[in-house]
Design a protein. Structure first.
Length: 464
């Protein structure tokens, strides 16, 4: 791990650093002007340069380079806003090289809202994009054309299913066609789960009754990719909630949470999606809005911040945010928890299970304990705490696709800790983490010894 004593980049605050208002500088650079407009200057000046964030930051731990840390990136932002540097290609690269795991926030003594700063910086950058034509096309296709539209996601899921089941996948691999793609994309394709056009609503309907007297009425946030690639996990979530005494509704009009948009600088699109979801769930009159994906849940609980400047929506967004809860916490704290046991293990040979934190579930939703407590309640199971389970696995939304080298380095260090547990099951609470850990297990040749599962699937399969 890189030392906390590394020399800081030479970006010291100017005489205006102590002021809690933005400097009055007439920036010639359009991106600099946008950054000045969008960044919260109080948050920039709140950073005390103490360095507590350094050992928590995955990119700094890998490189030991100050600009690769939250402190360094904040210094870069402030230097641009203060007129001390131009937001050049290096500045753009550093803003985009952050995983957005937000592990720096829980350890920050000044409570700097780093996640909000990095998202606003990326939003400003995307107001002045310099992407190649292929990248522009891909961003428009997915951010505008697919993710916001459930019907198009169903088409994508159906196309993926056809590719996987028709024999095309076998042909593509057998003829070497996959070698036309970069190695990291070949690896990702090899571990993709079976996709489909039918999600949780098509499989279970829009209302699922509680077992016994209902404790509460809850709504499931089904996600976008989650409902295409992990529809079975969504179904298991509904059934598990029902077993625990909750009536579950699944609003069919809900849309993508907007997390990928927000993390990629497409903030207006994220706000549009948030408004739709707030409206749809408000009409359901529910006690809780349940998330089973840490990445989605982390943005859902920040809808109030996302829409805080919108006078029409900010109050409703606050209502929405106050009801968002991770499924593990809801089950543990409010449900009639059923019994679980590993039937394939004998009393003398319990199975070993470990857990990889979803960064956003732990660092933003502040829920690292509930999944572990649920796992420990499964009979014939030994829970083995992984060293540095709270460290990012390198998935970070689509980071493992856009920055495969750094993601790969982080994953290798993660797998050292995973393998040291000797676990038969590696569990997590986020689809991106699940795919990244499956990739790690496959790269280490452990697929016959270790299975990667979502916590929900693991628990549901062991209901007594």
């Amino acid at each position: 791990m890189a030392s906390q004593t590394n020399t800081q980049i030479n970006l010291q605050p100017n005489a205006q650093a102590s002021l809690d208002k933005k400097p009055k500088i007439d920036h010639a650079n359009p991106l600099a002007r946008t950054l000045l407009e969008k960044l919260d200057y109080d948050q920039l000046t709140n950073c005390m340069r103490c360095g507590f964030c350094l050992p928590a930051c995955p990119t700094f731990r890998e490189t030991g380079v100050e600009p690769e840390s939250p402190r360094g990136r904040i210094a870069l932002m402030k230097a641009v806003v203060d007129g001390l540097m131009e937001p050049d290609g290096m500045f753009r690269d550093q803003m985009n090289h952050c995983l957005g795991c937000r592990a720096c926030e829980p350890v920050c003594p000044a409570d700097v809202k780093y996640g909000q700063l990095i998202e606003k910086a990326r939003d400003a950058i995307e107001d002045h994009p310099n992407h190649s034509l292929p990248v522009k096309g891909m961003r428009k296709l997915f951010f505008n054309g697919i993710f916001p539209h459930r019907n198009r996601l169903k088409v994508l899921g159906g196309a993926m299913k056809f590719y996987q089941k028709s024999g095309l996948r076998r042909v593509a691999r057998g003829t070497g066609m996959m070698k036309l793609f970069p190695r990291h994309l070949q690896q990702m394709e090899s571990i993709l789960p079976d996709a489909g056009a039918h999600g949780v609503v098509e499989k279970l309907g829009t209302v699922y009754p509680a077992k016994g007297t209902p404790i509460a009425r809850v709504a499931l946030f089904r996600g976008c990719i989650m409902d295409v690639m992990f529809a079975e996990t969504n179904c298991n979530s509904v059934k598990l909630l029902s077993e625990a005494g909750f009536e579950v509704v699944i609003p069919p009009e809900q849309v993508c949470c907007g997390a990928l948009h927000a993390h990629s600088g497409e903030m207006e699109l994220a706000r549009d999606l948030a408004r739709t979801n707030v409206k749809v769930f408000k009409e359901m009159n529910v006690d809780y809005i349940v998330s089973n994906a840490g990445g989605c849940g982390a943005l859902l609980i920040e809808y109030d911040h996302l829409l805080h400047e919108d006078a029409v929506w900010k109050e409703q967004a606050s209502w929405f945010e106050s009801r968002v809860v991770d499924i593990s916490k809801l089950l543990l704290e409010h449900g009639r928890l059923p019994s679980f046991a590993e039937s394939s293990a004998s009393v003398h040979e319990p199975i070993v299970v470990t857990y990889q934190d979803s960064c956003h579930l732990r660092n933003v939703m502040r829920n690292g304990a509930a999944p572990r407590q649920l796992i420990r309640q499964v009979g014939n199971v030994i829970f083995e705490e992984m060293k540095e389970a709270d460290r990012c696995c390198g998935s970070a939304g689509i980071y493992n696709v856009t920055h495969p080298e750094m993601a790969g380095q982080i994953l290798e260090h993660k797998m050292e800790n995973v393998n040291a547990t000797g676990a038969r099951y590696l569990l997590t609470s986020n689809p991106g983490c699940l795919l990244q850990m499956k990739l790690g297990v496959e790269k280490h040749g452990n697929t016959d010894k270790m299975e990667v599962q979502h916590v929900v699937d693991f628990l549901y399969e062991r209901l007594i």
